[in-house]
Design a binder for this molecule. Structure first.
Ligand SMILES: NC(=O)c1ccc[n+]([C@@H]2O[C@H](COP(=O)([O-])OP(=O)(O)OC[C@H]3O[C@@H](n4cnc5c(N)ncnc54)[C@H](O)[C@@H]3O)[C@@H](O)[C@H]2O)c1
Length: 333
């Protein structure tokens, strides 16, 4: 395909709005044709704001439109499987936010249908496209820290999503730690052999209503002999805090300083710096660059660099971590 990729964005909530803006204004080989959200007035408002020619409250209109080449599915996780199946069956390429689906059975089914219909699918693991993570990977490949042995990931947020979101999120292991499961595989270039999940409700007690936790820890072992620990938290009162570290035989790489701007404010009270307030500000470039990569792969008729199989592997680790937390058992994969 060398023409512009004609796209639709399904779901215009916290993240869909950013993907729509990137496709509309920042990716030269993409054309955002239509935006969809069933919420009364939302699609119309976004279409006006972003100057998108069409809007709809019904995703089926997109699947019936032969002019659309690709869809970005940015809807609640419980709706992903149905929308992926419809998109694949109507021959549309798919960008789907993480987690690929809510259950492993759904993941197997969508993988089969994607394959049968010969469409491409990219899963929204945007850290792989963040310039800092890309550089860390390059340094690991260059041998700068020797053989990677250990990965440590921290994902903390203080902004609480609405109850409705928590209810459909699949829980903290699935909603937050899944990014780190994927990036640990990416850096360590190894597959997970065992999963231990721990969790508590330590402050945001309403999540217990959905059998969820607000603080989680996952310990992973890998077939290379490497290991990892991953913290996820909804209790960061100070902002959005994403950090990572890869330790190797010859050194370590640390990613993330929490600072949104490279400034220190010095006053008679001491020295301070700002902190990223939320995920769109922390990953602004990554959300843009992952979509650039998706559109490029469609134009070059190549499989996206992070695909439905990566989506399923990370989902499986997240489901096993949740099960491990609930059963107090380490689970072998
Ligand atoms: N990669 C990341 O960093 C990241 C960050 C946030 C959310 N997410 C993922 O993105 C997805 C959406 O999350 P969010 O925070 O934007 O949720 P949200 O609840 O803010 O927005 C979801 C939107 O989808 C709409 N919607 C529901 N069913 C629909 C359908 N069938 N067709 C079209 N629109 C529909 C809703 O009306 C809502 O406006 C989730 O899967 C979440 O896990 C990923």
């Amino acid at each position: 395909m060398s023409k512009k990729i004609r796209c639709a964005v399904l779901g215009l909530g916290r993240l869909g709005y950013w993907h729509a803006g990137n496709l509309r204004y920042k990716i030269k080989d993409a054309e955002l044709v239509v935006v969809v959200d069933p919420l009364e007035g939302r699609a119309e408002q976004v279409a006006r704001e972003l100057e998108v020619p069409r809007w709809s409250q019904n995703s089926d209109e997109v699947f019936e439109d032969p002019q659309i080449d690709a869809v970005a599915i940015v809807t609640p996780t419980t709706t992903h499987a149905e929308l992926i199946k419809k998109a694949a069956k109507s021959g549309k390429h798919i960008f789907v936010e993480k987690p690929i689906t809510h259950t492993l059975e759904e993941a197997d089914e969508v993988i089969r249908i994607i394959k049968e219909n010969r469409v491409f699918c990219q899963v929204g693991f945007m850290k792989r496209f963040d310039p800092n993570y890309v550089e860390a990977k390059r340094r690991i490949k260059a041998g700068d820290i020797g053989k990677p042995l250990y990965f440590k990931g921290i994902t903390r947020d203080g902004k609480l999503p609405p109850k409705e979101f928590i209810q459909h999120s699949g829980g903290l292991f699935l909603d937050f730690s899944i990014h780190d499961y994927d990036i640990a595989r990416f850096f360590l270039e190894a597959e997970v052999t065992s999963v231990t999940g721990l969790g508590s409700v330590i402050d945001k007690h309403y999540v217990a209503e959905f059998q969820d936790v607000d603080q989680a820890l996952t310990y992973l072992t890998f077939d290379s002999g490497a290991a990892a620990d991953l913290e996820a938290s909804r209790n960061a009162a100070y902002g959005y805090d994403i950090r990572a570290e890869i330790m190797g035989t010859e050194g370590a790489i640390q990613i993330g300083s929490m600072q949104q701007h490279d400034l220190k404010i010095l006053t008679k009270h001491g020295s301070t710096h700002d902190i990223y307030p939320d995920f769109p500000s922390q990953f602004l470039d990554a959300y843009h660059l992952e979509m650039v990569s998706f559109i490029e792969s469609l134009q070059n008729n190549q499989k996206p660099v992070v695909d439905e199989y990566d989506g399923k592997v990370a989902l499986e680790i997240a489901i096993k971590a949740t099960e491990s937390y609930r059963t107090h058992q380490t689970i072998q994969l």
